[in-house]
Design a protein around this ligand. Structure first.
Ligand code: ADP
Ligand code: MG
Length: 492
């Protein structure tokens, strides 16, 4: 098996003359309890075909009824991406024959989708790139064909699960941007509880449309479509290989066929699956069993009111208001619970310069401790106010940074407040100059040989003296004052 992360080594050179253009169609599984048009439960890993009903099975006489929860989730996404919401959208039938679709058609939205003309912002470095969305529409998932030796089996547990399909404009410019789009959408749908976003369970799957054109050319090149990519890494690898494949073909006098290709992650290559079908092959028409989907003002208002500050807005605020490094800000907004923790910690910090320190402690100490126990931030035994209290003790010099780490450990383990631990253990930093001078004087006096060596030029011994003072004080000596006094006493 070749490693998935393998990159195309001569691609950077090719890209000097060629511009890749990528448009993604991402399917997102909505977090509803029941299916899109019928009451069957949605559950991962249930025995095959245990989650079906007459609608899912396409039995004659059964009628679909739309799941209101799915509309609300799709609307949340539409509003969060600033899309135009169609007051009256429509379901259509998309016909194709395949064993995973017993009805012989998929219910989707065609020329009257729920959302159009939105956008999703990506964080690229410290900048924000806006990617336009052509549409977001509702549809149902198909079942799954399983091929076991010579036998093929069908599991319809997934059939009829509510999805949204998010379609971007053709304006992603690299495989990295394509992967970043997937990550941003993943972050957003989890942030808004639209989808569980579990990649392992296939909650986000994308088709990547890829073309290349000579730099400076306005017209789009012929595209191919890579089907069914279910991880961030695969998007990046599949798109990167496809870009290189197309450039090689054109440069050697060939032509790109409009076709659908299948990415084989293990082989690190794609192969042609079928030539591209046109919309009229599907014989779309409005589904006569379903009334138009009507979105009223009250529904919109409720959702608008319930939307939290979005991840990219927070990223921007963390940079501007708290001066965080872009990488730190990006990590904090990767997960809403993490960002909420940060905001809570900042709120209980009186100074307005606390953000950076809080980010540092959160990302190194707290996440380190949580990761070691495979815990998430919501399981943190240390509340945001406690972390903030600890940071304040370090900032105002009550304890040293080094002791702060020990106090962190203890507070994390026991849940006891950092201030209480500091008082109980008497580990307050010694910053009193007179008290420190006594200790410095004693230490130098007791190590006369080293002091003489220092004076004759062995300045590397300075650390030895600092160490001795720390030993005397149990690590409590203020390091800045200690160093200052040692210089005075040793005459360095
Ligand atoms: P289809 O009808 O085949 O689904 P659409 O026009 O709906 O085609 O576009 C589907 C996706 O393909 C969109 O994400 C769009 O951005 C992308 N796309 C369209 N043309 C190109 C192209 N020349 N190169 C790359 N992506 C493209
Ligand atoms: Mg399409």
């Amino acid at each position: 098996m070749r490693p998935h992360s393998e990159t195309v080594s001569d691609l950077p050179e090719m890209l000097e003359q060629w511009e890749p253009v990528i448009g993604l169609e991402v399917h997102v599984q909505l977090a509803t309890k029941s299916k899109a048009f019928s009451p069957s439960e949605v559950r991962f890993g249930a025995p095959p075909n245990s989650l079906t009903d007459p609608v899912v099975l396409g039995l004659p006489g059964s009628l679909p009824v739309f799941n209101r929860a799915a509309v609300e989730l799709a609307l949340r996404l539409g509003i969060a991406t600033s899309s135009k919401i169609r007051a009256k959208s429509r379901f259509a039938r998309k016909h194709y024959f395949y064993p995973d679709q017993p009805k012989g058609y998929q219910i989707t939205q065609f020329d009257e989708p729920l959302c159009e003309d939105g956008h999703l912002d990506l964080i690229i470095g410290r900048a924000i790139k806006r990617v336009r969305l052509q549409r977001i529409h509702l549809e149902e998932d198909a079942g799954k064909n399983l091929h076991v030796g010579a036998v093929s089996q069908v599991d319809l547990n997934r059939a009829g699960i509510a999805l949204v399909e998010v379609v971007t404009s053709p304006e992603l410019g690299s495989s990295e941007e394509a992967a970043e789009f997937m990550r941003s959408l993943h972050r957003l749908v989890r942030w808004l509880d639209i989808s569980e976003g579990d990649m392992e369970k296939g909650h986000l799957r994308c088709d990547a449309n890829v073309s290349v054109r000579r730099r400076g050319e306005d017209r789009l090149g012929t595209r191919t479509e890579l089907k069914n990519i279910n991880s961030f890494k695969f998007v990046q690898n599949a798109v990167e290989h496809e870009i290189a494949r197309q450039i090689r073909i054109i440069e050697t006098g060939g032509r790109i066929e409009r076709e659908t290709r299948l990415w084989d992650a293990d082989a690190g290559a794609s192969s042609a699956m079928r030539s591209k079908e046109e919309a009229n092959d599907y014989r779309y028409f409005p589904d006569p069993d379903l009334p138009p989907l009507v979105v009223d003002g009250a529904m919109m208002a409720t959702i608008l009111r319930s939307l939290p500050e979005l991840p990219v807005a927070r990223f921007d605020r963390y940079l501007k208001q708290h001066g965080l490094a872009p990488d730190d800000a990006r990590t904090i907004v990767s997960d809403r619970a993490l960002a909420d923790y940060f905001d809570d910690a900042v709120k209980s910090h009186p100074g307005d310069r606390g953000g950076r320190a809080i980010a540092n402690w959160m990302l190194s100490e707290l996440l380190g401790a949580l990761n070691a126990e495979s815990k998430s931030i919501s399981q943190s035994p240390m509340a945001p106010a406690q972390l903030s209290e600890l940071i304040r003790l370090v900032e105002d010099g009550t304890i040293s940074g080094k002791i702060g780490k020990d106090i962190f450990e203890e507070s994390y383990q026991t849940g006891e407040s950092p201030r209480a631990i500091v008082e109980r253990k008497g580990v307050q930093q010694i910053s009193d100059e007179a008290q420190l001078w006594e200790i410095v004087d004693r230490v130098v006096g007791a190590n006369q040989n080293q002091a003489d060596a220092y004076k004759s030029g062995k300045h590397g011994l300075f650390g030895f003296f600092v160490g001795q003072v720390m030993k005397e004080t149990g690590g409590r000596a203020n390091p800045v004052i200690t160093s200052d006094l040692l210089h005075k006493r040793l005459g360095g």
